[in-house]
Design a protein around this ligand. Structure first.
Ligand code: SF4
Ligand code: SF4
Length: 379
């Protein structure tokens, strides 16, 4: 075991391999406040990558409703139970990661799902955290009664549990962009990775007998194009690009801006210790701070406040980054706000998106004398 730096934990932790970061790391930020649970991303991925025989239960992208939804069944509860107490103090995680909690015979704690655990990917959909009674009909922000959608893909972790577990060394992390892939020629289907990944984002193909996982649509990414689940997102909740370590963060990089500058993009279950590279803006309507801290770490309450302030008109730069989401199918690696317009550039320095922060409002006279007609002004 090596000592490696995990900036999300604010400390070093043990991992079976030395720290070896890619030249740059592909990553994303999902705004849970805008996800409408339409599952377009799920279907876009399904029809592109996992529509074959043996992949019937496989969703590289899924969207679950928190607090009750989970795919496979209880994936997070079952791994969190194995960690023991999960305390944070002054931004530093004081509990054990899945690597540090491992028994002597293993390099991580984990569990292997049964096929039935994958059978109900929509269980718990749209269910609130508790039953609504008449007394709860009038709600004020943040709500005591809530649910929210949590879209999930592989996190292309900095310290992947799947990779370190594989006895065939079939799983590798690309040095050019940090995308984690399973070598389909080397894999023999031992399924150790399925047990090891706490997010349950490696899958066993029953027909081929080989394990598979989300590939972050690397053929598109290599061309500077967004992955399919991001490109098709109806709610435009997804910022895709490259995430730096805190000390190398660039203010004009959209992902860095959300994660490191405004700190609204937070990792999912950072206490697991994988340094996941998909981040989430926590839902602002949820009052249960303990639950959000469990999911997104100690920055959840501050992220809610920052986001709410931006939506109330207090932070045009943050608004600009979020408005650029899915405004083009190109990957935006640099952005700026100029004269009320959010502008995005790709890796080549070409301008690929231009979105006004505020649309002009035109109120027409109710009576059009030229046409002798009355109109409604519909906002
Ligand atoms: S989320 Fe799971 S499958 Fe993806 S890189 Fe991390 S450990 Fe591997
Ligand atoms: S397509 Fe976008 S809005 Fe729809 S469920 Fe997926 S992440 Fe949410």
């Amino acid at each position: 075991m090596a000592d490696v730096w995990n900036w999300q934990l604010g400390r070093t932790m043990t991992y079976p391999f030395e720290e070896s970061r890619p030249r740059r790391q592909a990553g994303a930020v999902f705004d849970t406040n805008k996800c409408i649970g339409c599952q377009t991303c799920t279907m876009a991925c399904k029809t592109c990558w996992t529509s074959g025989v043996g992949q019937e239960y496989v969703f590289w992208n899924n969207v679950e409703t928190k607090p009750w939804g989970s795919y496979p069944m209880a994936w997070d509860v079952r791994v969190l139970e194995q960690l023991g107490p999960q305390h944070w103090a002054d931004g530093v995680y004081r509990g054990k990661t899945i690597f540090e909690a491992a028994p002597p015979s293993k390099t991580q704690v984990g569990w292997a799902p049964d096929p039935i655990d994958y059978a109900y990917p929509n269980r718990g959909e749209d269910e609130t955290n508790r039953t609504i009674t008449k007394a709860d009909f009038h709600l004020t922000l943040p709500y005591d009664i809530w649910f929210f959608y949590l879209p999930r893909v592989c996190n292309h972790c900095t310290y992947p549990a799947c990779l370190q577990s594989c006895p065939r060394t079939s799983i590798y992390k690309r040095p050019e962009d940090g995308i984690v892939l399973v070598d389909q020629q080397r894999c023999r289907g031992y399924q150790v990775c399925v047990e090891a990944c706490p997010y349950k984002k490696t899958f066993f193909n029953q027909a081929t007998g080989i394990s598979e996982k989300c590939v972050f649509c690397f053929p598109a990414v290599e061309q500077g194009i967004l992955p399919r689940c991001m490109r098709t997102c109806i709610g435009k909740i997804r910022t895709f690009g490259y995430v730096s370590t805190p000390e190398q963060a660039r203010e004009d990089n959209p992902v860095d801006f959300l994660v490191h500058v405004r700190k609204v993009g937070l990792p999912l279950y950072p206490q697991l210790g994988l340094e996941p590279n998909v981040y989430y803006i926590p839902p602002v309507h949820v009052a249960d701070e303990a639950f959000l801290t469990m999911l997104f770490g100690p920055g959840a309450a501050a992220a809610q406040q920052t986001y709410r302030a931006a939506m109330e008109g207090g932070d045009d730069e943050l608004l600009a980054v979020l408005l650029l989401n899915v405004s083009t199918d190109r990957i935006i690696t640099r952005f700026a706000l100029q004269a009320g317009v959010a502008i995005g550039w790709d890796d080549n320095g070409d301008e690929v998106a231009r979105v006004p922060l505020r649309e002009p409002v035109i109120v027409r006279p109710a009576h059009d004398a030229a046409l002798s007609a009355y109109r409604y002004n519909v906002p």
